[in-house]
Design a protein around this ligand. Structure first.
Ligand code: UGA
Length: 435
């Protein structure tokens, strides 16, 4: 099938490349010519394990191409995926849909034959209706179908999530489009993915409700972890015990720092804003946002406690600063709250991240990027394990820290407290008793 992905950000690029790998002819379009030139030469603008290999393979077999000519790309394609950004509005909480509607206007001028127009970007309920209105200003109803087909890819796991999705949601009442899309996804359905056809509005809401629910699940276990700390219980036991109930499920029940990233913080705010528009109070999601906001302060307080409130001139080492492992993404990472605060209090912060230097910290005088784990940990007063990269899972702290009084605060519970005690290390973790 001939596909066009508008927007070569995370969603558009990963989906486009994966669709081409399934045998489709895919053009990925972007306004940014520099980005397009790079992509044409196999240079990937985002960090996603395995993506560069897929890009090179599909460019070589001529199924994947990149262009900045929107009109021409639309004309050559039968299915158009809108994959542009829907960031939070400046100074507000709703989604900024200017790019979506801009694309809809461009599309309205270029429909040379029937096209399926799909929103893959995360868009609030009724956005599909608005796109349809824009298209109708210049085209008759039989020239297009507007469909919602949200993506559920996780950064760092995006290729696997694309190839083995739990479900594929297609929101449309248009029989012709449904048949074509079921065919497009048939290789994934054959591997076990559930294909669910809903109304367009339902598909739009499924995406927000899913992200809000996952954020709720994480926040829930984080609050339970707080209780575990007071009662000397291991929160990992709670996650296992609860997760084995299939109605609950074990995934996204890992306690840790505040959740971050480009999706949960943005989408939880946006769903509340949509609900406000329809005069509905989503009180649970509101309290999730608040609890998550408070979490970084709570963990900061634990750091102060661990260091007996003596922060000035303390060498604090962060292992990982991105919002999670296997990504270089800093958006809404809890390190953005914790590191500046520790620096303000006079700590000397050094961080090591497998994805390298971070612009976000460059203006903090006493925050430095270490080039290696050993360089980051040497002579450190406190080691904070902030993200769960494999690189951090079996470190010999005694050899690396070279300091008699090693203190470790493992915010991802990567190590066993018993093992650390055996090694004579002062070890703190999350939700596993606070001694
Ligand atoms: C999230 C969703 O998981 C995807 O399904 C969705 O497609 C995507 O948003 C999106 O809307 O585009 P992502 O933001 O890449 O994916 O990251 P997640 O793996 O979901 O992690 C989000 C945050 O939750 C991270 O800060 C992570 O550390 C935290 N988390 C996750 C936990 O603290 N505990 C867990 O058990 C799981």
């Amino acid at each position: 099938m001939k596909l066009c992905m508008i927007g070569t950000g995370y969603v558009g690029l990963v989906s486009g490349v994966c669709f081409s790998d399934l045998g489709n002819q895919v053009i990925c379009v972007d306004k940014d010519l520099v980005k397009i030139n790079k992509l044409q030469n196999g240079i990937i603008p985002i960090y996603e394990p395995g993506l560069d290999e897929l890009v090179k393979r599909n460019i070589k077999n001529k199924r994947l191409s990149f262009s900045n000519d929107l009109k021409d790309s639309i004309k050559k394609s039968d299915i158009i995926f809108i994959c542009v950004g829907t960031p939070t509005k400046k100074g507000g909480s709703s989604a900024d849909l200017r790019q979506i509607y801009g694309v809809a206007k461009d599309l309205s001028k270029s429909l040379n034959k029937f096209k399926i127009i799909i929103t893959k970007s995360t868009v609030p309920v009724t956005t599909g209706d608005e796109i349809e209105k824009i298209l109708l200003t210049k085209n008759s109803k039989n020239k297009f179908a507007v469909v919602s087909n949200p993506e559920f890819l996780r950064e760092g796991e995006a290729i696997r999530d694309f190839v083995y999705p739990d479900r594929i949601i297609v929101g449309s009442n248009d029989k012709k489009s449904n048949k074509i899309l079921k065919n497009l996804y048939s290789p994934l359905i054959a591997k076990g993915a559930k294909y669910v056809n809903t109304s367009r509005r339902a598909a739009e809401l499924i995406k927000y409700a899913s992200n809000a629910f996952l954020a709720t699940k994480i926040t829930f276990i984080n609050e339970i972890a707080n209780l575990c700390e007071k009662t000397n219980i291991n929160v990992d036991d709670i996650s296992i015990g609860m997760g084995l109930d299939q109605r609950i499920g074990s995934r996204f029940l890992r306690a840790g720092p505040a959740y971050g990233g480009s999706c949960f913080p943005k989408d939880t705010k946006a769903i509340i804003s949509t609900a406000d528009k329809f005069k509905t109070n989503l009180s649970i999601i509101k309290s999730v946002i608040k609890s998550n906001k408070d979490r970084s302060n709570l963990l900061l307080k634990r750091i102060y406690g661990i260091l007996n409130n003596k922060i000035k001139n303390k060498k604090i080492s962060f292992l990982g600063v991105t919002f999670k492992a296997n990504t270089d993404d800093m958006r809404d990472s809890s390190s953005l709250k914790m590191i500046p605060e520790l620096s303000r209090k006079g700590a000397k912060v050094q961080y090591y991240d497998p994805t390298g230097f971070k612009e976000e910290f460059k203006n903090y005088k006493n925050v430095r990027n270490a080039k290696s784990i050993s360089n980051c940990l040497e002579k450190s007063n406190l080691v904070i394990i902030h993200t769960e990269w494999n690189d951090f899972k079996s470190l010999d702290f005694k050899r690396l820290v070279k300091n008699k009084k090693i203190i470790i605060f493992d915010m991802r519970n990567l190590y066993s407290p018993q093992e650390m005690i055996k090694k004579n290390l002062k070890y703190f973790s999350v939700g596993r008793g606070f001694k």
